[in-house]
Design a protein around this ligand. Sequence first.
Ligand code: ADP
Ligand code: ASP
Ligand code: MG
Length: 401
Amino acid sequence: MKIIIQKFGGSSLATLELRENIVQKVREAKERSINPVIVVSAMGRKGEPYATDTLIDMVNQYKPMPRNLDLLMACGEIISSVTIASYLKDRGWDTIPLTGGQAGIITDNHYGKANIINIDTQLLLNILKEGKIPVVAGFQGITKEGNITTLGRGGSDVTAAILGEALKADSIEIYTDVDGVMTADPILMPSAKVLSAIDYNEVLELAEYGAKVIHPRAIEISMRSNIPIYIKNATTNSPGTLITNYNKINLQKTLRYPVVTGIAHISDRAQIKVKTDNNEDFFDPLFFTEIANNNISIDLINLFPEEKVFIIDKKDISKVEEILKENKYQYNIIDNCCKVTAIGSGMRGVPGVMARIVSALHREDIQILQTADSHTTISCLVKEEDTKAAIRVLHEEFNLG
Ligand code: ADP
Ligand code: ASP
Ligand code: MG
């Protein structure tokens, strides 16, 4: 049986016009004799009635237990699955809405970011064999004990990928509000270009460094099962971006590896500098253990004898400050930063990429607060207010537009 996973993001479900697009995508799959499994996210964006952020805001002030917050957040996707299944039924398709748990996604009890431990495809396969279309609520699973969990923000992509793998789907289509994976976030860089094809490894880095068009875990799952992913605009017929392995792309001669393929960014960072005055005895390495014990992740870590520098998510500033004060450290915090990263498999071993980045940012008077690099990435921490300019300058420097 040929199966395709069609995932529709929150911005692709809310209106009747958008739902009609889903009907069309289902029809196209059926016309090719492929059985669609639909995965849906919570409808709309922050502020709209059933969006995940809106649900969180309803209870945030009461500091709910993680288990209870997951139960609430999962409702957004369940509402979408019943609504979309009902709409499709009205348009003549036999559909069955399912929660993530009913679709067989079993997780551990790491609420808010649960790990998938098993998939039971029995019910999904039975539905497909009867010629019906399952409409699965994304972003969620269920523990063995029967508690509903969520898979982390943006997790409906993970649902699509894991079901694709478990059902041995031919391909996964991710429908969203942009034309595909682009050279930068088009909200900040309107002249960003759609990449017609990209290798799993490269898009994984783009996603990990902040390009939220696809969840990095979804890429990892599809890469290990070697299932191609298409990222497409739900409202157009544009071809979108094909994500697959390098060899397949290369055979199609659509890929040359440029030095930089795209620019990603992560906002809402804060830089912390702890002064240690060249006196290592003054600094207790258990400080980092204490930070970790509070579930705070740190990034861009540079340790010098005179100071320890790292960045955190802005939301964790008060907790980190509390720990710094308890330890009586002198410190400095820059609380409005953004990590901007140039990504490209083609930069491996190429000298001068850092020099171009530093010169380009310098020309525009953009201060670099910190840097980090790997073989295929160079990240610069800049002030939040410089984000747009930094992305534009790097986009231009590497001729991405
Ligand atoms: P959905 O609700 O469909 O899952 P998301 O908001 O999670 O949509 O992801 C789509 C958004 O990702 C786009 O609206 C775009 O602003 C943002 N984005 C960030 N970086 C990129 C990129 N490199 N290419 C495409 N979109 C990007
Ligand atoms: N609705 C969830 C979120 O906003 C999952 C998703 O959109 O993929 O994070
Ligand atoms: Mg998303």
